[in-house]
Ligand binder design. Structure first.
Ligand code: NAD
Length: 465
């Protein structure tokens, strides 16, 4: 079986390796870098900046209290960027080695449809080659969306997340358009580095994917870091300014309000990166470029699959893409697997970290599911108290009758690692009782998960029930 994978991000390279493991003859076509957005200009680079940010915040906020006095803490911004580049390079090199180890062939070039199930590759030297494949997996990811805001495109100080990850100097001020994940994660990093951050958001709330209790704690922390938030404040235009750029908005009361800053980060969402695929020639159904797939990850054209950020209606997350990639590869190789989103966690690397899996209370109500809730504050957990002073919360949602875990929502230290327990609980249809009868090690932040389960049963030991 000859399989061609178009795109070498966390969707594509994982699909390629899985297909090769199952005995396929796999070719991966990539027009830019292996590792895609995630390793080069997305998740990993952002987390590098955030790690530098966390260290400097910890020293500033906690150092003296915990007996670590450091004078003259400063950000060497070019070194922050250099470190980020080194980590990206290490990881993308690792992907190349893994592909080689699995005997996946790699072609540098851009693939586009010239007919149903027929693709042509244009190589960097301009030459073209027909793609020989029995099955195709499209994994071309997404790109930053550029909103049609007058004056934005023309202003070189308006940057997107890619620009914000490769600045040469630390800006003194930054307006962030969009209080979504990208905007707030980068805002946290730059605020910790000392940049004055102003966030403007069109809606009346931020981070809609998180439980409201979590967002409240996150926003309070970000305000403490010195960030200003303006909700219900859609951007109308961007004007030139001697400082850098002037962002003109309409506030809640309909008044014009403007914010000037050295840089403006535009973070209003991402769109499918499928323009160059010529989907129409391939007969591939899509909605404004986002490819329509079944739960087997197959498009309307049999034998052509699509995974990751370029598909319609699923989370645009690296681990989602990888999971879909394995599903596509396995189905092509004769297995019968469905992509199941019920254990897909959302992780938001704001300060403190937040993560969520399964249903929220709002979703339970909307679905008419009877549920119970258990909560446990990080302030009552020894390890969390040591790490960040005990800021945060765990909230568990379980079925009222049987106590099966329906959702887990965490903000606090290590939240993005802890969430794996919630995802596994959902996968195993574990109940509160099973979480409770599992001994959790002490002292760890994992104890908060068990205590939240205990609280749902009105038997928490370390908090009021
Ligand atoms: P988003 O959709 O999460 O947020 C964009 C925000 O911009 C929205 O709140 C929207 O209301 C606002 N907005 C749009 N137009 C505006 C305007 N004119 N004025 C003011 N506000 C405006 O998009 P994002 O943050 O760009 O992220 C894109 C994708 O990348 C998401 O799907 C996200 O899941 C993914 N991502 C995930 C992670 C992670 O998992 N940690 C990190 C980064 C990105």
């Amino acid at each position: 079986m000859k399989i061609a994978v178009i795109g070498g991000g966390p969707g594509g390279y994982v699909a390629a390796i899985r297909a090769a493991q199952l005995g396929a003859d796999v070719t991966l076509v990539e027009k830019e870098h292996l590792g895609g957005t995630c390793l080069n200009i997305g998740c990993i680079p952002t987390k590098c900046l955030l790690h530098s940010a966390e260290l400097v915040e910890d020293i500033k906020n906690q150092g003296a209290d915990i007996g670590v006095k450091v004078t003259g803490v400063e950000i060497d911004f070019p070194q922050v960027i250099a470190h980020k580049n080194a980590i990206s390079q290490k990881l993308t090199g690792g992907v190349a080695a893994l592909l080689k180890m699995n005997k996946v062939k790699k072609i540098d070039g851009e693939a586009r449809f010239v007919g149903p199930r027929k693709m042509k590759i244009t190589k960097p030297d301009g030459s073209t080659e027909d793609l020989a494949a029995d099955k195709i997996i499209l994994a071309t990811g997404s790109v930053n969306a550029t909103p049609p805001i007058p004056g934005l495109k023309e202003n070189p100080n308006c940057i997107d997340s890619t620009g914000a990850l490769s600045l040469e100097a630390l800006p003194k001020s930054m307006v962030v358009i969009g209080a979504g994940v990208i905007g707030l994660e980068l805002a946290c990093a730059y605020a910790a580095f000392g940049t004055k951050i102003t966030v403007v958001e069109a809606l009346d709330h931020m981070l809609p994917m998180l439980d409201g209790d979590l967002t409240k704690i996150g926003v309070a922390h970000m305000k403490k870091m010195g960030m200003d938030f303006h909700l219900e404040c859609p951007v109308q235009s961007v004007e030139p300014s001697p400082v850098g750029a002037k962002v003109v908005c309409k506030d809640k009361s309909g008044q014009t309000i403007s914010f000037e800053a050295e840089k403006v980060l535009v973070a209003v969402g991402r769109r499918a990166n499928t323009a160059s695929l010529n989907l129409e020639a391939g007969g591939i159904k899509n909605d404004r470029g986002r490819i329509i797939v079944t739960d087997r990850m197959e498009t309307n054209v049999s034998g052509v699959y699509a995974i990751g950020d370029c598909v319609l209606g699923k989370a645009q997350l690296a681990h989602t893409a990888s999971a879909m990639g394995e599903v596509a590869a396995e189905n092509i190789m004769g297995m019968d697997v469905l992509y199941d989103e019920s254990t897909n966690p959302t992780c938001v690397y704001i300060e403190p970290e937040a993560a969520s899996v399964g249903l929220t209370e709002e979703q339970c109500k909307a679905k008419g599911i009877e549920y119970k809730v258990g909560k446990f504050p990080m302030s009552a957990n020894g390890k969390a108290l040591i790490i960040n002073g005990g800021e945060g919360l765990v909230k568990i949602i379980a079925g009222k009758k049987y106590g099966e875990v329906l959702g887990m929502h965490i903000i606090g230290p290590r939240a993005t690692d802890l969430i794996a327990e919630g995802a596994l609980a959902i996968r195993l249809e574990a109940t509160l009782d099973e979480l409770i009868s599992t001994i959790h090690s002490h002292p760890t932040v994992t104890e908060t998960m068990r205590e939240a389960a205990l609280n749902a049963e009105k038997r928490a030991i370390h908090t009021k029930n």
